[in-house]
Design a protein around this ligand. Structure first.
Ligand SMILES: [Zn+2]
Length: 490
């Protein structure tokens, strides 16, 4: 048999998304004040290889490490009890061997489910065993061998029926981080080598596949992976992520800040508005109305109308029917079908000051990160412009649209598009910044708008007796401020 993997990946494909983080941060805003998430855990030990004292010491270590790791508010606080039990339902609890996942799930549901006495009282169940094998596989020589695990936890809402969850199974000899890893799944974390769907809280971005087979020791720095006799990565001779499959030989295992945040968000989801642990949610009681809005569901689920009560339903993949974005993996519903995810909701999502979040209808209503426009390009909003300024659309000035511009960036004589670009004066019909009024000229000069308004220029003010022309309001051309009816400055 192959090395027993420390953990199991229960997680299948589609799980998490994007909007969730937004929804949950909104819906759980009032829960932010709670500093602790207190949970009762009942450990049931069926181990025959370990003494009671050894099991007890193991649990103490597991709990200590988990509480130390899940520190982010609401911090994990565990109250636990230990029950010893040799058999259940005719099964030796030290040898948890099942032909199939369905068989294992059924046994766990009947016997070791999480318990909710009321919404706020109950416990999480953790079964401690000596051997856990589910189903079988072919080994390198082609022989059928059981698939065995070091621990097994259900990712939130992985199971059927929807919204149902089960306790953890864990081997008595597992290292101090294994329990924390299994709790990680319950808190919405995936393995480092599994993708998160959507674009928020992509906690695995920094772990590029390095191991063999790709990725099961993803977080271990290059050159530090220790391979087992089958050539599979099994340990890391350096720091390793807790959600990886390899144990750190140096005892240095960690979560990244993104994982800490995700796990903390999930603890808030398992919390009532008054800050108590919601055991209905932890158990996923069938038949209970377990949600009123998406933010109350685990990552990857939305609150949908069941036949008799609301359920946390699995999000739909691309192309499936929907009535709103929250029902889709992608977070976007277009023409009643789940459609490709938006690039962004706000400019910050685009990750560069050179891009803005285009929420227009360009790509069938999909938000797209788009390069910001330079001065002179057509725009409708300030947000689109590199200069952060989009002009009004003034057809009376010959504009075909609003344009991006940098205010007061052009001096007299420089080419321009609109008046707002000119440091002083206006943008004339020759598209040059020129004076508009005398104030745009230096002292002793007046602004000659000309006849055709094409070539406004500053002209020296006229002295007494000089010709100042004929018309109304032309006295400003004269130093004296007066142009006589004879067309001379007084
Ligand atoms: Zn796992």
């Amino acid at each position: 048999m192959k090395n027993i993997k420390r953990i199991l990946s229960v997680v299948v494909a589609i799980c998490l998304f994007v909007g969730i983080a937004l929804f949950s941060s909104i819906s759980t805003a009032s829960k932010d004040e709670f500093t602790q998430w207190k949970v009762n855990i009942q450990f049931v030990s069926g181990s025959k290889t370990r003494t009671d004292a050894e099991v007890q010491a193991k649990i103490e270590e597991w709990v200590r490490v988990a509480e130390r790791v899940y520190l982010r508010k609401p911090a994990l606080k565990i109250t636990w009890t230990l029950v010893k039990q040799a058999t259940k339902d005719g099964k030796d609890l030290s040898q948890m061997i099942f032909d199939s996942n369905a068989q294992y799930a059924s046994f766990m549901d009947r016997n070791f489910d999480n318990v909710a006495v009321t919404k706020t009282s109950g416990h999480l169940t953790v079964l401690i065993t000596d051997k856990l094998c589910i189903g079988s596989k072919k080994d390198a020589s082609g022989n059928t061998v059981p698939t065995c695990w070091g621990g097994y936890a259900h990712f939130p809402h992985w199971v059927n029926p929807f919204s149902r969850k089960r306790g953890i199974t864990i081997l008595a000899d597992k290292d101090k981080y294994t329990f924390t890893h299994e709790l990680g799944h319950i808190f919405g974390l995936k393995h480092t080598f599994e993708p998160y769907v959507g674009f928020n809280l992509q906690c695995n971005d920094s772990y590029k596949p390095k191991g063999k087979p790709a990725g099961e020791c993803n977080s271990c720095p290059n050159g530090k992976i220790v391979y087992d006799s089958n050539g599979d990565p099994s340990q890391c001779n350096g720091p390793a992520n807790i959600m990886d499959y390899c144990t750190s030989v140096t005892g240095n295992e960690f979560f990244n800040p993104c994982q800490e945040e995700r796990a903390a968000n999930q603890r808030q989801i398992y919390m009532t508005d008054s800050g108590e642990t919601n055991y209905f949610k932890l158990k996923g009681l069938a038949g209970e109305e377990i949600c009123t809005k998406d933010g109350e569901c685990e990552e990857g689920r939305y609150c949908g109308k069941g036949l008799t009560h609301n359920q946390c339903l699995e999000r739909e993949p691309l192309g499936q029917g929907c009535t709103r974005g929250g029902e889709c993996d992608s977070g976007r519903c277009y023409l009643f079908k789940c459609a490709e995810a938006d690039d962004c909701q706000v400019d910050d999502d685009c990750g560069s000051s050179k891009l803005y979040c285009n929420t227009g209808v360009a790509e069938l209503g999909r938000n797209v990160c788009t390069a910001k426009l330079v001065d002179g390009q057509a725009c409708t909003k300030d947000q689109q412009c590199t200069s952060a300024k989009c002009s009004e659309w003034r057809p009376q000035d010959g504009q075909a649209s609003g344009v991006c511009y940098t205010p007061s960036s052009k001096v007299g004589g420089e080419p321009c598009r609109i008046d707002l670009e000119c440091k002083v004066g206006k943008c004339n019909s020759n598209k040059t910044c020129v004076c508009k009024s005398d104030g745009d000229c230096k002292s002793g000069y007046w602004c000659d708008g000309g006849v055709d308004l094409a070539g406004n220029v500053c002209k020296r003010k006229l002295g007494k007796g000089e010709s100042c022309g004929f018309g109304v309001n032309i006295g400003h051309r004269c130093l004296s401020g007066k142009c006589s009816l004879l067309g001379k400055c007084t």
